[in-house]
Design a protein around this ligand. Structure first.
Ligand code: BGC
Length: 689
């Protein structure tokens, strides 16, 4: 297949031939970005057409005389950032993670690739697979959940989709980039098992899936900036994992020292040159950076660009931008990811014939909840707000909006409504990429950052729920946000709770369809929802030093014997699914779990069947269980399907510190199959390996 690692390696000879003809200056030029932030901010102020950050692909390298194309960077991940109001805005990856839909993610990747080609780009910087140590991480929305296995599957699918569409995929931010405000300074440490079993496997999965590029992160790991980190870049990525592509720095501040970065395995300083360029040339001339190191970087860059060369194919087709097919993918994704967390007395779906007056409460109800205003901000031609989506789903009904600020007024409205939908949560000021107040002026206009105060709703939102929930039995809360939002304090005051994440340009439509039953919800939480946020690892968001424990999220609660409020993988449906006749087996390839899934309710629906593997019999300290496989299945009422899931042996190994290798334990492994990560939702067995 085109664009795979083998295909790319086929260009080595040609790339070497070009390399042999390059001067040292030209090689260094390939390693140097050309877009300065200062220049860009000036551009934006002076030219009204330069509407926003990354409004055009950012160039680096390129040698015209020898036919080496420029690298032309477009950011993501919720679509293509170079949008100027034209790109498809997909739901954020956290929602896409909640869909557990690998095929759909691959299709989204192909759609993104075609839009990048339409902008004249060839490089997608939007495969974000960082694993939030604590869900307060401000950029959580850009990743797929708290689970390494899920991140690996979804990230690999996006890589395959983007690259099969002829665009280079860049996975980021390598590695340990899970704190926003402190990202430029924090030094993350952890032990080797945590590194190899929790924080690196999903990066390896994406490399194994053929990712041709990696972005290093700003933070330090074990004392060295990740953009200079010889251990992460040279030893692990390029050495152990056999990565053939090139590394870029995170933008503007990701390289701090010419010699350390180049020798540490950094290949391109993005987006403009501060420490490479002339300084790298001098370092190479004086022998502080060897010519071999420069040659290795240049070869990687040339080879990849030749393999993805689209300069002659002329496939820049602007009609693909936010075309009906791509918008439909955004809609399907929102339909599949929005997660029903609570539905007391089956209050949802609202019955069309009984609901004439609907009250929508909360400012977010009439806004455009597509996510933060940082580097991932995609501008689509339109966004359907929750309020509009509700109107579309119930065109016959009277839909009233109130911001909910005056509790007495809101109460009176709620009492006379047939149903109440409160749209509450966060926006780009509450969470997202953090930029200083100064940079925010010209850059994004928002502060974003980590959720430093709490993982709960804002106090006025909680007061609104507590005051109004009891006024109307048909009340649903729709949560907007990028990761865990605590519900324990107020969940009993309302009947239904939906987690909508940031559902993209078609999110409002999907929400309306789900509220009124045209679509049966099938999203599953890609994170655990604890009763108490103190049960999650605590992070000092301003820290200079942060240790990551082996356990986080659901593995941490399981290990401490704490029941979550809602387990990882949990999500309700308007129908019921029964699991029966489980069988478990193992062979040289992995462990399998088979069971029959039956739709025992009255509606068609989709279920995410999940397999977990448990390590109770381990001689080591290992998680109670971890996700090992999953699949989505769609069933009509009364229909059954026999489903087999397989967890590959590779995912069962632990890191043996003595030998420095991943090893399998020859013990009885517990195996589980069902629809959420808790005993109550799983059938259990055991397999000897
Ligand atoms: C972000 C990256 C992004 C880059 C370019 C940085 O500030 O951390 O995720 O790709 O900007 O937009």
């Amino acid at each position: 297949m085109k664009y795979t690692k083998d295909y790319r390696l086929g260009f080595t000879g040609k790339a070497q031939h070009i390399l042999d003809q390059l001067t040292l200056e030209e090689k260094v030029h390939l390693m140097s970005g050309r877009m300065s932030l200062e220049q860009e901010m000036r551009n934006q102020q002076e030219d009204p057409d330069n509407l926003h950050y990354n409004y055009v692909p950012y160039p680096a390298g390129g040698i015209e005389r020898l036919g080496v194309p420029e690298l032309r960077f477009c950011d993501g991940p919720r679509g293509v950032v170079c949008s100027r109001g034209k790109s498809t805005c997909f739901p954020v990856p956290m929602l896409r993670g909640a869909s557990f839909d690998v095929e759909l993610e691959e299709k989204i990747g192909r759609a993104i690739a075609s839009e990048i080609l339409a902008y004249g780009g060839n490089y997608f910087g939007g495969v974000c697979i960082n694993l939030p140590y604590n869900p307060g991480w401000g950029r959580s929305q850009e990743t797929y959940g708290e689970e390494s296995f899920l991140l690996g599957k979804m990230g690999a699918a996006l890589v395959r989709g983007v690259q099969s569409g002829g665009v280079i995929a860049c996975i980021k931010h390598y590695a340990f980039n899970q704190m926003e405000n402190a990202r430029f300074k924090v030094n993350v440490t952890c032990d080797k098992r945590t590194e190899r079993e929790v924080y690196l496997p999903h990066f390896k999965d994406c490399i194994d899936a053929g990712a041709a590029s990696v972005m290093s992160s700003y933070n330090k790991y074990q004392g060295a900036y990740c953009g200079h980190n010889a251990y992460l870049l040279n030893d692990v990525l390029k050495g152990e994992w056999g990565f053939d592509g090139f590394v870029i720095s995170d933008f503007y501040w990701g390289v701090k020292d010419t010699v350390e970065a180049a020798n540490g395995g950094q290949n391109i300083e993005m987006a403009h040159t501060r420490f490479f360029g002339e300084k790298l040339l001098d370092a190479a001339k004086s022998g502080l950076v060897s010519e071999n190191t420069i040659n290795d970087a240049a070869l990687r860059i040339i080879r990849t660009l030749l393999a993805f060369d689209n300069t002659k194919t002329g496939n820049a087709d602007p009609s693909v931008l936010a075309c009906p097919e791509h918008i439909d993918l955004a809609l399907q994704s929102a339909r599949k990811g929005i997660t029903l967390l609570q539905n007391k007395n089956h209050v949802l779906p609202f019955e069309r014939d009984k609901i004439q007056r609907i009250l929508v409460l909360g400012e977010l109800g009439r806004l455009e909840p597509i996510g933060d205003h940082g580097s991932s901000w995609v501008r689509p031609p339109y966004v359907i707000s929750p309020m509009q989506g509700i109107r579309m789903a119930a065109p016959y009904a009277e839909v009233t909006f109130d911001d909910g600020k005056d509790l007495e007024r809101a109460k009176a409205l709620a009492e006379r409504a047939d149903a109440v939908v409160m749209v509450l949560g966060y926006d780009h000021n509450d969470e997202g990429e953090f930029v200083s107040a100064e940079a925010a002026e010209g850059y994004t206009g928002s502060m974003g950052g980590d959720r430093r105060r709490s993982l709960g709703l804002h106090k006025p939102d909680i007061a609104l729920i507590q005051a109004l929930g009891p006024c109307n039995a048909k009340t649903a809360v729709v949560l907007i946000g990028g990761n865990t939002i605590m519900i324990s304090e107020w969940k009993d005051e309302v009947s239904a709770i939906l987690m909508a994440y940031y559902p993209g340009m078609e999110g409002g439509r999907a929400l309306g369809e789900i509220l009124f039953g045209a679509i049966n919800p099938s999203g599953k939480l890609p994170f655990v929802l604890p009763e108490n946020e103190r049960d999650l690892p605590q992070v000092d968001w301003d820290a200079d030093e942060q240790f990551y424990d082996y356990y986080h999220g659901y593995t941490r609660l399981d290990n401490a014997g704490i029941q979550p409020l809602l387990p990882f993988g949990f999500g309700l449906s308007y129908t019921r699914f029964a699991f029966s006749d489980a069988e478990f087996g193992g062979d040289d390839e992995g462990i399998t779990a088979t069971c029959t899934v039956t739709n025992s309710g009255e509606r068609e629906g989709a279920e995410v069947v999940q397999m977990y593997v448990g390590f109770k019999n381990s001689a080591l300290d290992r998680p109670v269980r971890v996700l090992g496989a999953f699949d989505r299945v769609s069933l009509k009422p009364g229909e059954s399907h026999r489903i087999t899931l397989q967890c590959p042996l590779e995912k069962l190994r632990y890191f043996d510190e003595k030998s420095g290798t991943m090893k399998l334990e020859h013990i009885p492994h517990e195996v589980f199959i069902g629809n959420a990560c808790s005993d109550a939702h799983l059938l259990a067995g055991s397999v000897d390996l």
